[in-house]
Structures are given as C-alpha cells and as structure tokens.
Design a protein around this ligand. Structure first.
Ligand code: B3K
Ligand code: ZN
Length: 888
C-alpha cells in the first residue's frame, strides 16, 4: 500500500451514489464468498469512470448481469482501487463476487474469525476488505444482507436491521436475511456468524414501542451480561429524557468478542463490543470497569443518533460524531452519579493524554486537515478535545439553547452525511448566536495558554487575559488567530467566602460569571465593594480546554483548595500545589540535594483528610498526584526518570507526614462500606456509586500507607489477601496494586495465586499482565519478558498486547531506562505486531512521541529504534505515518 496523503481541501462530492446494496455471504470452511449487488446512480456531473475501493480477491464483475472482461476495468491492488472505465451514465446494477479468508485475518479489520466465529469491523475503511464499493461515508444506502452457513457451526447469523427471513438449506446449511430500512454508509455495516449464547431483554420507548434487546456472548460469559443490559436500558431512557431521542428499530443487538482492536463499534442495530466493555460482575470487574462498561454501552447507543442517523461527510469530520457522542456519554455519566468527580476524571484524561498529543509531532486540529491512515486519527484530540469543543457550545448557550441547536441539527440533517460546520451552523441559527470565530477550534491545533493577571484598586478588580497558541507541526504560532472561548470565574475573600461583584456594563450583582474571550488580549473590570484581598477562581468547571497561568501564591491556592465551591477549581488548586512541589523536588534532586519539605501543602492535605463531611470519591480525587505525562507538559530536554523520582519523593513525603490521617481515612471508609453489609447472611460487595467512592478512598490511601513500612506491609497484606479478595475485584485489585512494587518474593507469590485463580477469565488475566507491566520493581522488564511466554498471553490478541506491552510503555522508569532496554523491547514488538495488526502496532508506536522533547542521550536511543522501524520495507502505512511524523 502506498503512502498517499489525503487532504480535507481536496474533498469532492461522490460521482456515483449507491442507494441500495444487497449482499450475499456464503460462509464455507476456510473461505467466505461475497456477492455484492450495488444499485449505482451516476450523478449528472459525472465524467469518466466509476472508482471503487476494495482489498479483497476479485472473482467476477458484471454490469446489468453481463460479466465484464478484465480489460473493462483497472484493478490497482497497491492502492486498493478498481476503476470501471466505461461505466454507464444511467442507473445500473453492478454485481461483484469476491472471496475472503477470515481465519487468516489477524488485523481484525474487515471480516475476521475469532474463536471459530465470524465478526466484522468496517469503520473507517474495513468494508473494502470484504467487497468493492465507493466505501466513503457520504455514499449512503439501504442494505439487505443474506448469510448462509453450516447450521451447527454457525447457528447464529446476524446483520443490521430486522431479520426478514430465515430457514434451512441443503447439506446442513441454513440462512438468514436481514434488512436495514435506514440508509447508512458502509462503515456501519456489520455481520456476525457463529455459535453464541443469547441473553435477552426488552425496552419500551417513550412512544410505547417495544424494542427487543439481544446480547450475544460465549455461553460461559452469560452471567456477566446483566449489568451491560441495565446500562443500555438506562441509556435509552436517558436519551429520551434529556435529548428527546428515541430508538428507531425493533431490535438492538450487542455482540461481545475477545479479539477487538478498540472498545466497541456502533454498527446500526448490531453493535460489536470488546468483551472488556460488556462483561462485568463483582468477582471479575473493578468499580472502574463497571463505570467503563456503562459509559461505552451508552456511547455506542448514543451514536444511533449522533453518528448513524446523522453521519460524517468525510473522515476529516470524525469529531462531528465522536466529540458530540463523547460529550453525550460524559453528560449521561454525570447525570447518573458523582457529576463533579466524573468531570474531574474527564479533565484528567484530557490533560494527561490529549495535552500530551497536542504537544507532540502527532498534534492535529479537532478536524485534521490531512491524514495518511485514517485509523491513526481516532485520537484523544478528535474524541476528548472534540467533546470539550461541544461542551463550550453548551456553556455559551446553556442547556436550553444547546437542545434547541440539537433539534435544528436533526431537523436539517437527519439521514445526511454532514460537516462540523453544519453542526456549528445549527447551534448558531437556532439561537441567533454568532459562532463564526468559534470555527477556529476545528482548524487550529495545540493547547491554548491563557496568561491571566489581576489587580485590585479602589473597589475595582481588573482581570487581564492574554491568549496564545503554540507552534504545531502544521502551523507556526504566528499564523494562528485568537479563539473564542468561555472563561468561567468567581472571587473569594481572604476567609474563603465568595465575593459579590458587578460588571460596569450591567447592574446585576453576581457571585460568578462566564466571560467571552475572543481577542489576543482583553481586560475585564469588576466592581467589588469592601474587599481588601481577592483571590480569583478561574476556568471554573474547566470551561475551556486550555493551560491557565495565574501567579497565585501558595497561600491563595491553599485557600481555594479549602473553600472553592466549584469542585474542579478546588481540585485544580491542589493539583497546582502538587505540581509546584514536584518541580521543587526535581530541582533539588538535580542539584544533588534532598527534596525540600512542603509544609503548606501537607497542612492543606491534613485539613482535607480530617474533613469527615467530604464525599469520599471527591476526597480520593484530591489525593491524586498528577501523572508524569502531565508533568512533562510542553517542556524540553525532559529527563523522565528524574521527574518520576521527584514525584515519588512527594508521595513519600505525604506518606510519612500523614500516615495517621491516611490510615484513619482508609479504615473509616472501610467501616462505612462494611456497615450495611454486616449481619447479612452473605456480605455482598456489588458495584454502586456510593460504595465505589468509599473504595476509591481506601485505595487512594493504602498505596501511601504501604510506603510507610514496606516490610511490615507485605506481611499484613499477605495474611489478609484472601479475605479482601473474597469481597470483590475492586478490593482484590486494590490490594495487589498497593503492593505491586514491593520487592518481596511474597508479592510474586500473590500475583501467581491471582493468575492461577483466574486462568479461565481472559479479562482478569489482562489485569494480571498489566500488574506485571506497571510495577516499579527493578526486575519488571525481565518479568514482562517472561510473561510473553505465559500460556494465556497471545501477541495476536489486542487486549493482551495493550495490557502487557502497552502498560509497559507507560511505565516511566522502565520504558525510559537509561540503557535503552525499554525502548528496544517495545520497538521489537511494534515490528512483530505490525506484520499482522498495523492498528495495534501503530498504537504502541505513539509511546515514542516524546522523542524531540527528551534529553539527548535517551533521544539518541529512541531515534535508533525509530530509524530501524522506518527502514523496514514492508512497514504498514499505519506505523509508517506515526514513526515518520515523530522523526520529521
Ligand atoms: N466509532 C468506533 C471507533 C472506530 C475506530 C476505528 N479505528 C467506536 C466509537 O467511537 O464509538
Ligand atoms: Zn464513538
């Protein structure tokens, strides 16, 4: 496959439409034969041939039933295209026969086999691995799919829409015909055939229609399905209540498969999911896993409207459906429970991973302007920053205005393939709001910085805000324009009380407001009476995805941490104190000194720990120290191991200074968790948000408690392990995580017991592999290498690769080991995996993103590995695009 760059600016409308596609799948032992009947409609402007995309073995091609000779078309296998030179310029029927070999397909893209069953993955361009088609999202049509297969081996035959016919055939074979009445692009096509167990339920929609719910899994996994079904029903209900959107088919199917490249896929009426986001029970899944299942089930369901009913004109517009759907699933999770904690989690994810992406050679706008391999653009920027962009519309318009915009969006575009500008226009037109300048969020990459300063004089507080954008590989900073964004603010006095203020332009007295930023530099005036000292609380709720700089004193941060009534701002004040403390430690360590003490921070944390009224989940968030990847920020010449050491030193300081308080909190939380379970015949530790919060607090404290006395700790844990493990996986995982870096042989013994106990649970074995890979123990690389030979490890399974090798690539001291052994290990596996699964290999290659910003010695080691990868002649375009961008 050649390395061609595709550009947004080169978009042209399709020359041919395909309003109807009929598919016939004949599943045989080793091969599947596909007959595709395309009803082609040339557009009036069409000149020249019909271009189709396909990367399947072509058997025959016929126009209006007439078989075409080979010289009637040009098949270009390197570019995966087929051009029919003299295609009719009136509507015609194109029949194409292809042959594919699903069991040989380990890319898990197109039609593939897993555990004897067949599954598809078509987004973005997997349909062309099955047959030839324009295969672009703006060519939409109605699909009818017939599947024929052996009835014993493949009792279940599924595709999109409603089953309209089924029955038996000769030779032990049977068939099913599915019809999807909704027009859709090829990327939403799905087929599943195999021996699967059904768990069913139903949902009555707001208009009183009954929708069948069918979940398909391996038979032994059915006890782990009910939570996901509940999550689906909650999502269906929520979308009706909050967005007024009702489901539009009579059946909603979800199929779980252990071999899957990502989380899940929203195929119309037939979602296909990674088992990780369907299966959950308290013995095998942590609270975080339950929350993950609920969020992903919701996300795929919400795509039915934002993605499927209204889809993307081209892949550059991916954030149109992804940013919006992430925003919707975030809102759903926030409405379900712990809104503030969920919000902070989202911000943390964005800041750790998306900000890092924005500061890397892979930086791109929410709507990328170009790509080589579209699979490389399912990124944090498109998804998470895209969701922040949608959230900013919501902040400007409020819930009511936002819903007006959504309503107009569906009125205008239902059944269409549209652009991010169409969405922006709907929001603007429904509200008479000018979002012209807001378009820059879709075209300018990089994280903006707001430099804010403030001064109080004669009852007037002046806030000055300067915004800037960094250079990114696509555009220098000087070419970038100021962006429009909401800045949410309030003021606190020296006692931590909120101060009322007025703005000169209106009479209203308020306690908080949202400013509109739209210039490179702006000043805002606030009239504040009787205030001597003012501490502004800025970017409340994280009102825009930016870096914020304000010259707070540590005392002001401690004040906000203690008193701010916006949980995000409160948490953020604590994070800034952590960041400052770690930076001081780094300087000390660099100069060969001992890390200093941070009395003010310790004092502030002590107050938090002593606050018995505070929500446990929120308290747990306040105790989380920023991850290394966030601490690197946009710095240069990074020594990742030094940053990690500086961070560890802070954790040690907290552990020692607050040992008593941490222990008291952990034990109180445990007591509160146990309280309503005691005396019951069986003590049940199921997932629910309250208990999850209490457990989060326990396991925010225990790893710190265990730092205090490593030797005594491992003995204690060893003794209590079974008791904790009996409760549920959150406890079992929490205990193992807390001692996972302990050097004692007892840690190895516990991990071995864990692995033996869950040998038949693939998802729990992923946890085992990730524990091996994230340990900070000296022998981690050796243990990871040994784990490659574990009978339950498989390089072909994406979950296993992510658990072991992906986790290792985020283990800072080991991946960045000074001798280059971590880089060599990951590079070796990128090369191996690329031979059969380019998407998974490309995901691992991103670990080298830091190349240009790392200190020279490590940079040379990284570069040597990347050069060696780039020199491979048969490298996939997926990995090549990433590696070449990093090296450029
Ligand atoms: N739309 C899919 C992602 C497809 C990824 C292709 N590499 C899942 C989702 O975002 O809901
Ligand atoms: Zn999505």
């Amino acid at each position: 496959m050649t390395q061609t760059v595709k550009y947004l600016k080169d978009y042209t409308a399709p020359t041919h439409l395909v309003p109807k596609t009929d598919l016939l799948f004949e599943i045989e032992d080793t091969h599947t034969y596909v007959t595709a009947t395309l009803h082609i409609e040339p557009q009036t402007s069409t000149q020249g041939g019909l271009k189709l995309h396909g990367d399947a073995e072509l058997i025959s091609l016929a126009i209006n039933g007439e078989k075409q000779p080979e010289n009637a078309y040009e098949l270009d296998t390197a570019n995966e295209t087929l051009i029919i030179k003299n295609a009719p310029n009136i509507p015609f029927i194109l029949t194409i026969e292809t042959r594919v070999e699903p069991s040989k397909n380990k890319s898990f893209n197109g039609l593939y086999e897993s555990g004897g069953n067949l599954y598809t993955q078509c987004e973005p361009e997997g349909f062309r691995k099955i047959t030839f088609h324009p295969d672009r999202p703006d060519v939409m049509g109605e699909f009818t799919t017939e599947i024929r297969a052996n009835a014993d081996k493949f009792p279940i035959l599924l595709s999109n829409g409603n089953k309209i016919r089924s029955g038996s055939l000769n030779d032990g074979r049977h068939f099913a015909v599915w019809h999807d009445p909704h027009v859709k692009p090829t990327y939403l096509f799905a087929l599943v055939a195999g021996d699967l167990a059904l768990t069913s339920d139903f949902f009555i929609t707001q208009s009183g229609r009954r929708v069948e719910i069918e979940f398909y899994t391996r038979a032994e996994d059915t006890p782990q399905v009910p939570f996901a079904i509940e999550a689906l029903k909650n999502s269906m209900k929520w979308d009706e209540t909050r967005f007024g959107l009702e489901y539009d088919l009579d059946i909603y199917m979800v199929v779980a498969v252990g071999d899957f490249n990502m989380g899940a896929m929203e195929n119309k009426g037939l979602n296909i999911f990674n088992t990780k986001y369907v299966l959950a029970d308290s013995r095998t899944a942590t609270d975080a896993d339950f929350e993950g299942v609920e969020a992903v089930i919701a996300h795929e369901y919400f795509h039915n409207w934002t993605g499927n009913r209204v889809t993307c004109r081209d892949w550059f517009q991916l954030s149109l459906k992804e940013g919006l759907t992430v925003f919707r699933d975030q809102e759903f999770s926030g409405d379900r429970a712990s809104r503030a904690v969920r919000r902070i989690e989202n911000v943390k994810l964005l800041r750790t991973h998306q900000f890092a992406e924005d500061a890397s050679p892979m930086a791109h706008p929410v709507r990328p302007a170009s790509y080589v391999e579209m699979n490389n653009f399912y990124t944090m920027t498109v998804y998470e920053k895209g969701a922040e962009v949608v959230r900013m519309y919501h902040t400007f318009l409020g819930e009511e205005g936002f819903q007006k915009g959504m309503k107009l969006y569906f009125e205008r575009h239902d059944g269409q393939a549209v652009t991010c500008d169409d969405f922006r226009a709907a929001m603007a037109d429904a509200n008479g709001f000018d979002f012209e300048q807001f378009a820059l969020w879709y075209s300018q990459a990089g994280t903006p910085t707001l430099r804010v300063s403030g001064s109080l004089k004669d009852g007037k507080y002046i806030l000055n805000v300067k915004q800037s954008l960094p250079d990114t590989p696509d555009m220098p900073s000087s070419a970038k324009q100021p962006m429009m964004m909401p800045l949410s603010i309030a003021f606190f006095d020296e006692k931590g009380a909120k101060i009322a203020f007025r703005q000169p332009e209106n009479d209203e007295t308020r306690q908080e407001t949202v400013l509109t930023l739209n210039q490179a530099e702006q000043s805002f005036e606030f009239l504040i009476e009787n205030a001597n000292a003012v501490t502004p609380s800025l970017l409340r709720g994280f009102s825009a995805p930016v870096h914020l700089e304000f010259d707070y004193t540590n005392e002001q941060l401690a004040l906000l941490l203690a008193h701010d009534d916006d949980e995000f701002a409160r948490w953020e004040a604590g994070q800034t104190l952590f960041r400052r403390a770690i930076a001081e430690n780094e300087t000390a360590l660099q100069n060969g000194n001992n890390p200093p003490e941070h009395t003010l921070l310790i004092h502030a944390l002590r107050n938090i720990l002593n606050d018995n009224e505070m929500d446990a989940a929120f308290k747990a968030m306040l105790l989380q120290v920023p991850a290394e990847a966030e601490l690197w920020g946009e710095r240069d010449n990074i020594n990742p191991v030094l940053v990690a050491m500086a961070r560890e030193a802070l954790l040690d300081e907290i552990a020692h200074a607050l040992h008593g308080e941490l222990l008291a909190n952990a034990l109180n939380a445990r007591e509160a968790e146990n309280a309503d379970k005691r005396g019951k015949e069986i003590e049940i530790y199921e997932y629910n948000p309250q208990d999850a919060g209490l457990r989060a607090l326990q396991y925010a404290c225990f790893p710190l408690i265990h730092r205090f006395d490593e030797v005594a700790t491992i003995e204690q844990v060893f003794e209590h392990y079974d008791e904790m493990a009996r409760k549920n996986m959150t406890h079992e995982w929490g205990v193992l995580s807390s001692i996972n870096s302990n050097p004692s042989a007892k840690r190895d013994e516990l991990l071995a017991r864990f692995a033996a106990k869950f040998d038949d649970q693939a998802l729990v074995m992923d946890k085992y592999f990730s524990l091996i890979a994230c340990s900070r123990r000296a022998d981690t690389l050796a243990q990871v290498q040994a784990a490659l030979n574990h009978p339950r490890f498989a390089l072909t399974n994406p979950n296993k690769v992510r658990a072991l090798i992906g986790t290792f690539a985020r283990n800072v001291p080991h991946f960045h080991a000074a001798d280059g052994s971590g880089y060599a290990f990951v590079a070796e596996h990128i090369k191996k995996i690329d031979e059969f699964n380019p998407q998974v290999a490309a995901g691992l290659a991103r670990a080298f993103n830091l190349l240009k910003r790392i200190e020279p010695q490590r940079q040379a080691l990284m570069r040597a590995e990347l050069d060696a990868i780039a020199a491979l002649p048969n490298l996939s375009k997926d990995v090549r695009e990433i590696v070449e961008k990093i090296l450029a």
